[in-house]
Design a protein around this ligand. Structure first.
Ligand SMILES: *Cc1c(COP(=O)(O)O)cnc(C)c1O
Length: 238
């Protein structure tokens, strides 16, 4: 099932890129494996998937460790390493787990959390790759930094020694149709371009993480470089 689902998602990405006049290599697929066990991840690995996203930190770390044990028991190493992305809310008491086990965290929206992640990133690991989560709809109880506070956070995070700022991540409210979804994603793209053009960063951001199962075509049409897909790959999470 996962093998067929993954192929369908890859086909959707390719078609969306063709429709937008973009190269498929410019859109990365993050397989969101939250609420599914290591067996499901292994099935996706067998189909060539390497990047996985987890929302819940304790669950994610358990899975990362299970997959490390699984890899150690294989006769041959994988052709490319697994890449684990934390995409859920990070509280202060979980930063050490994130810094110690994940490769990326896409859900940073406060300087305090970024500082802790940088301080706690173990010296034997490469810098933690970071996206800042932006709240574009203005929902008061939603995670994400407000657009007007973004430039200051970008500058502060870019200066932290053990983090590498890669880009922005957004989770917009579900849109009613393709045009509405494109309009929201286009605002994220404009903000991304604006930050990159503002001369704040010595290394420009290269990642705009937006688009999920329901709206990946609209996200790709609007310039997403990474879609995060759970349901269409692993099935319903109930
Ligand atoms: C669950 C989740 C996804 C995947 O959503 P689907 O609709 O299942 O594709 C993507 N991003 C984030 C932040 C999520 O929490």
């Amino acid at each position: 099932m996962i093998v067929r689902n993954l192929q369908l998602v890859r086909d959707r990405i390719t078609s969306a890129c063709e429709a937008a006049g973009r190269k498929p290599a410019g859109v990365h697929l993050l397989a969101v494996s939250k609420k599914f066990g290591p067996e499901a991840v292994i099935e996706a690995i067998d189909c060539g998937q390497r990047a996985f996203g987890e929302n819940y930190i304790t669950e994610g770390v358990e899975k990362i460790l299970a997959l490390q044990a699984w890899q150690a028991a294989q006769s041959e190493p994988l052709d490319a390493p697994l890449e684990w992305h934390c995409i859920g809310p990070v509280q202060s008491n979980k930063t050490r787990l994130v810094a110690g086990h994940f490769d990326w965290v896409q859900s940073v929206d406060r300087l305090k959390i970024a500082q802790r992640l940088s301080e706690q990133r173990p010296p034997h690991l490469p810098p933690l790759q970071v996206c800042l989560q932006v709240n574009l709809d203005g929902g008061a109880n939603k995670s994400g930094v407000a657009p007007d506070e973004l430039p200051a956070l970008v500058q502060a995070v870019a200066g932290l020694p053990r983090l590498r700022l890669r880009g922005l991540m957004t989770i917009p409210e579900p849109a009613i149709d393709f045009e509405a979804a494109c309009a929201v994603h286009a605002r994220s793209r404009a903000l991304f371009n604006q930050i990159n053009g503002a001369g704040l960063l010595s290394i420009p951001m290269d990642t705009l993480s937006m688009g999920m199962t329901a709206d990946l075509e609209a996200a790709i049409a609007s310039g997403s470089t990474m879609v995060r897909v759970g349901t269409a790959i692993f099935g319903d999470r109930s």
